[in-house]
Design a protein around this ligand. Structure first.
Ligand code: 2NL
Length: 344
């Protein structure tokens, strides 16, 4: 019986040694130490042994069982360790590899130009004012010296929601509202950027929705020369220090006198090229001294206070600055267009 146990032990230990997988070890464990295994079989036959032999064989059987269990445990640990090591080797990270670049977006070119203009006027002491895009007839027209029946307030050109409510056609109503809030006391010094709407058919130079930036200064002793100085600073900062400006007489219902400002062509320097249509000058914005009616309607004493105002289209500024030939590029969100304005 002892020989039989000895043989089983050697056989089991050899199989354990040769095993390469945890599953095999599990099978060995069941086949040798399980209820139906040979060692159990041997122990069942112990009843036939003499009382002297019984404890000796019993002890030896336990020894065999312990040896097999110990060998199994050792081999399991060994295989597990090997598995961990293999996994670590396979998943090794090379920390010296260069990183993958993170894809970053960029500002929309129109947003970038508007922010550039805002920053420029902020350094000159202006603050940014905003207001509703859905406006009343009063703030959009009436308060800007455009009474009912005025030819410049063409019903066909505006998006009316009711008889009295419309999508604003300019950002001037923001200025009118801001002036009202000052209750007749200066100074007012604001710019108002925002979306405006016109009933136009979209083409390369027209959009039914576009951006406008207006500026307004109201105080005692504000003169046309102050307007000229502010606009000249703006033109040089935006289009280059060697820019010259010129003011031509114009007409707006809300300003008197009214002017239009040209800058010397930044492309040809004034000699004449396709950008300035061979005139040497590029029209940039409209401006003027705030009409006394507009001041009075907003609660300012027009004998004590004067003001200047200006308005520009940031799309046009951006198109000139970047050589963009179609206003619709700003609103169709083609990534091939947008990605060209990524700063390094
Ligand atoms: C243009 C011309 C202009 C104004 C806007 C304004 C606002 C108030 C009072 C007086 Cl509250 N004027 N705004 C004045 C002159 C011109 O815009 O060509 N814009 C694209």
């Amino acid at each position: 019986m002892q020989d039989r146990l000895q043989a089983l032990k050697e056989e089991a230990l050899l199989k354990i040694q040769q095993a390469n997988e945890l599953k095999e070890l599990q099978e060995i464990k069941v086949s040798y130490l399980g209820k139906k295994g040979p060692i159990t079989e041997v122990l069942k036959g112990m009843g036939k042994l003499s009382p002297e032999e019984r404890p000796v064989i019993g002890a030896y059987a336990n020894e065999v069982r312990d040896a097999i269990t110990a060998a199994l445990d050792a081999k399991i640990r060994q295989l597990e360790q090997a598995a961990i090591e293999e996994k670590l080797n396979k998943e090794a990270i090379d920390v010296t590899l260069p990183g993958r670049p993170v894809r970053k977006g960029n500002s929309h070119p129109l947003t970038a130009v508007i922010e550039e203009i805002e920053d420029l006027f902020l350094t000159m002491g202006f603050t940014v004012a905003e207001g509703p895009e859905v406006e009343t007839d009063y703030y959009n027209f009436e308060a800007l010296n455009l009474p009912k029946g005025h030819p410049a307030r063409d019903m066909q050109d505006s998006f009316f929601i009711t008889e009295d409510i419309l999508l604003r056609t300019q950002t001037s109503p923001v200025q009118a509202r801001t002036m009202e809030k000052h209750h007749g006391r200066g100074p007012v010094k604001i710019i108002s950027p925002g979306k405006v709407y016109r009933r136009d058919d979209d083409d390369a130079t027209h959009s039914h929705q576009f951006m406008q930036i207006e500026g307004l200064v109201v105080d005692e002793n504000v003169r046309l020369s102050d307007l000229k100085g502010v606009l000249e600073t703006f033109a040089k900062k935006m289009f280059g220090e060697d820019r010259k400006i010129r003011l031509r007489p114009s007409f707006f219902p809300f300003t008197e006198p009214s002017v239009e400002m040209d800058i010397s062509c930044f492309k040809c320097g004034g000699k004449g090229c396709s950008i300035c249509k061979h005139t040497g000058w590029i029209e940039i914005l409209g401006a003027g001294m705030v009409h006394p009616n507009v001041l009075e309607m907003a609660g300012f004493d027009s004998k004590k206070y004067t003001g200047f105002a200006f308005g520009m289209g940031p799309e046009r500024i951006a198109m000139l600055k970047y050589g963009i030939d179609d206003i619709r590029h700003f609103y169709t969100n083609d990534l091939r267009f947008l990605k060209q304005f990524k700063k390094a």
